[in-house]
Design a protein around this ligand. Structure first.
Ligand code: 4AD
Ligand code: MG
Length: 431
């Protein structure tokens, strides 16, 4: 007999097959037993009918509990009531292990309980759908970059210095070398990679000791940093837009079923795949003030500002040309206004906030050094980074996507903590 997966049921209609997985739900009524069976690839309703299955096998099937593991044999059929769905007419049941008192039941559980049982919660249909969207988003990003001349270049996680300021660094003792820090972004290392490969990206966990207890912050999250030689500010944004729009299309194409499970408004995603809007930071502040906000020209945008800026917009909005004081030391000054830098944030619509931070990089040695001195950075520790501006410096740009922020937007879920298998937040590190 052939072992198959739930996803392939349609190809085996009318033939007896074997499936291996778990009972997500069980319901019985007289001579009938309905098992919602899942195997990782999908789920199907399996129907055991006592007169067909036989007394003994039926009694065995009735032992099944929530989340027990089981091997079912049966015949796949078209669902009697729902077109395009299938059912399994059960002909055999082999229990692998009986799960006693599965703690996650049908009643509502609070987020704290679910997070403490994250190792089990991952099996729930919505979590399954989110994990699959995560997989799709991850590979869509890689595919786009691979097809556009970028090479994977893995940056280190243990680093001797900060990339995004010193306030959110996780510090640890590093043998006789003093302190080391967990990477906040691979960007500075990627800048070395372009001098060898031209265009590079990394993709891995980064760490921020963020005190922020919001629905958009994790202390460990995944970032894709991309960097390209001879790419300037406008082209940098064009690459970001091309990449994000490719991700949207891929998710719509490959995750239709998952988006249904998550009750995601697909029309909103379809509408977001159109030319993105652009605003300078100055224009953004003017706009916000005209709407009654108290924000001033030298300040960063908060979550309510980001929401207001995208309200009524179906597409993401680039905020570019920021005051240099509120952006990182490595951003290139705007040749038209030395108080500004050629940085951009990309704000997702529907209140999902900043998904990308990027910029053209300062490629002039003395200007960069001056900026670092003004910020009282330890110059010796960044000598390697300054060297890049001494030996064949070129205009270059890059950006970093927060993977979980992007998944939160694609899935439309409320809180970022469900987009990563094991979320790390200031108040949680278990399990
Ligand atoms: O804007 P950020 O800080 O930019 C950088 O780190 C640059 N060095 C990237 C680069 O140019 N290569 O972070 C990039 C993105 C943000 O736009 C946001 O999506 C995400 O990372 N992010 C977080 N996601 C979850 N939790 C947090 N605490 C995050 N902080 C940033
Ligand atoms: Mg940012």
């Amino acid at each position: 007999m052939q072992d198959i997966f739930v996803k392939d049921l349609a190809e085996h209609l009318g033939k007896e097959v074997r499936l291996k997985g778990w009972a997500r739900n069980i319901r019985s009524s007289g001579k009938l037993l309905f098992i919602i069976f899942r195997d990782g690839t999908g789920e199907v309703q399996a129907v055991a009918f006592k007169p067909e299955l036989g007394e003994e096998a039926f009694e065995e099937a009735k032992k099944l509990t929530l989340e027990s593991s089981v091997v079912l044999t049966g015949v796949p059929k078209e669902h009697q009531k729902i077109a395009g769905q299938y059912e399994l007419s059960v002909s055999g049941v082999k229990i692998v292990q009986i799960a006693e008192d599965y703690p996650i039941g049908k009643k509502e559980h609070g987020p704290d309980f679910l997070l403490s049982n994250r190792h089990l919660w991952l099996r729930a249909p919505k979590q399954w759908a989110i994990l699959r969207v995560r997989h799709t988003v991850y590979y869509a990003i890689c595919d786009y970059l691979n097809d556009n001349g970028f090479f994977r270049f893995d940056s280190p996680i243990l680093t001797p210095n900060a990339c995004e300021g010193t306030t959110t660094l996780f510090e640890l003792d590093y043998f006789d070398e003093g302190k080391a820090y967990l990477s906040q972004s691979g960007q500075l290392y990627l800048e070395t990679g372009i001098m060898s490969l031209g265009r590079v990206y990394d993709f891995g966990p980064v760490f921020r000791a963020e005190r922020s207890k919001t629905r958009k912050h994790l202390t460990e999250f995944w970032m894709m940093d991309a960097e390209a030689a001879f790419v300037e500010h406008d082209e940098n944004m064009a690459i970001q837009e091309g990449l994000i729009r490719y991700v949207i299309r891929t998710v719509l194409e490959k995750c239709d079923q998952e988006l249904d499970i998550l009750e995601r408004d697909k029309e909103a995603l379809i509408a977001a795949d159109a030319p993105f809007k652009k605003m300078t930071h100055y224009e953004a502040v003017e706009y916000l003030r005209s709407k009654g906000s108290q924000i001033t020209h030298g300040s960063d945008l908060g979550a309510p500002d980001e929401l207001m800026l995208t309200e009524g917009s179906a597409v993401p909005v680039f905020i570019e040309k920021w005051p240099k004081e509120i952006k990182a030391f490595y951003m290139k000054r705007d040749p038209e206004d030395e108080n500004l830098v050629l940085g951009n944030d990309l704000i997702a619509p529907e209140g999902f906030g900043e998904i990308i931070g990027g910029s053209q990089r300062e490629d002039d040695h003395d200007l960069l050094l001056g900026r670092m001195q003004a910020e009282k950075m330890p110059i010796e520790e960044y000598q390697w980074f300054l060297d890049l501006r001494k030996y064949g410096s070129v205009p270059h740009s890059g950006f970093g996507i927060g993977l979980e922020r992007l998944i939160t937007w694609m899935t439309g879920i409320h809180h970022i903590r469900e987009t990563i298998p094991f979320p790390r937040m200031i108040y949680r590190i278990y399990p």
